[in-house]
Write a protein that binds this ligand. Structure first.
Ligand code: ADE
Length: 329
């Protein structure tokens, strides 16, 4: 739900430093602690700016949501959910979550909510796929593996992303994956949490469950037919993304969302000639209509059966973040 604009560079607006007494408790940050620069992402409910911390000159991506807009569009729950997921990912017990955007702080003013996130210098994965037409097998393997590792981590925390797509997969300065946009994520409750009292403009979880659809091309068939999602819905999306890295386009394309959905529920897609056979075999094992029969769906803990697919033969999943990603041409 975000797309980047890579136009002008640098930051402009001047900001005034906020003085805090030495003995005062750490003050909540405000927009005045940052110099806002260019827009680096735009969704329907937020704008992401490149921003510089005035104290340390460090760059961040600040996601700004207009309160009036999210209340009017009934997205209050989505924004809360995003913050909760980012907090879980950033909590001390989960200190090694290299494949995710990090949340540094949040604050608000009368009109807006602010999420201070790590800035993924190389932006979205999508333009890289589009620019080169398609990835070679080395690249597809590496990025497929990093996304799989990210899903292992997310799912181990009981979180389903539900909107995984190449626009939500960002690349840091070393070209490693940083997954973002948890506004559609679902936190599975093993221990039921107390239901917060609803305010105006909020939807009940029932309303949310029954109104959500991710991005058409990557939506799993079970969401369309049963309105149900599970961890393996993200594995379906992974299958779509691996297909897209190899073929250049996602597997299910059509003139309208409706026609895309028709194709998805009938598993109507084809492999172009020359599609690498090991990648084809993996995609065929992920793009399975019955979510319980997808490769990995029955794994406990890590996605061992996906890791050990011959497409990934020889790849060391434990040291991915230390490896130098293969160049994209
Ligand atoms: N676009 C949206 N979020 C971003 C981030 N955290 N870094 C870079 N580009 C982005």
């Amino acid at each position: 739900s975000s797309s980047s604009s890579a136009s002008s560079t640098g930051c402009s607006t001047a900001a005034v430093a906020t003085g805090t007494a030495n003995n005062a408790p750490p003050a909540k940050q405000s927009a005045k602690d940052y110099i806002f620069g260019k827009v680096i992402g735009e969704g329907s409910f937020s704008t992401v700016y490149l921003a510089k911390d005035i104290h340390h000159s460090k760059e961040y991506a600040i996601k700004v949501c207009e309160k009036r807009h999210i209340v009017k569009e009934l997205k209050v729950e989505y924004v809360k959910q995003e913050k909760e997921v980012l907090n879980i990912l950033n909590s001390n017990q989960n200190k090694t979550a290299p494949f995710f955007v990090k949340l540094y702080s949040t604050f608000q003013d009368n009109e807006r909510l602010y999420f201070v996130l790590s800035y993924a210098k190389n932006g979205e994965l999508l333009p890289y796929i589009n620019k080169v037409g398609s990835f070679d097998i080395q690249c597809t393997r590496f990025y497929g593996a990093e996304i799989l590792r990210a899903l292992e981590h997310l799912h181990s925390l009981g979180i389903i992303h539900r909107d995984l797509k190449p626009e939500n997969i960002l690349l840091d300065e070393r070209m490693h994956v940083q997954i973002t946009d948890f506004g559609s994520a679902k936190i599975l409750d093993d221990k039921p949490r107390p239901q917060p009292r609803r305010r105006d403009g909020e939807q009940s979880s029932w309303q949310r469950r029954n109104s959500f659809v991710g991005t058409a091309q990557y939506v799993s068939p079970e969401l369309l037919t049963e309105k149900s999602v599970s961890k393996s819905s993200d594995l379906w999306a992974l299958g779509c993304i691996i297909y897209q890295m190899v073929a250049g386009l996602p597997p299910f394309v059509a003139r309208s969302e409706y026609l895309i959905f028709q194709k998805i529920i009938k598993l109507e897609y084809e492999f172009p000639d020359g599609f690498e056979p090991k990648a084809k075999d993996l995609v065929q094992k992920l793009l399975v209509l019955d979510s319980t029969n997808r490769l990995g769906a029955k794994d406990i803990g890590n996605y061992t059966s996906v890791r050990s697919h011959h497409f990934f033969a020889g790849l060391d999943f434990e040291t991915l973040y230390k490896q130098t990603p293969p160049p994209i041409y």
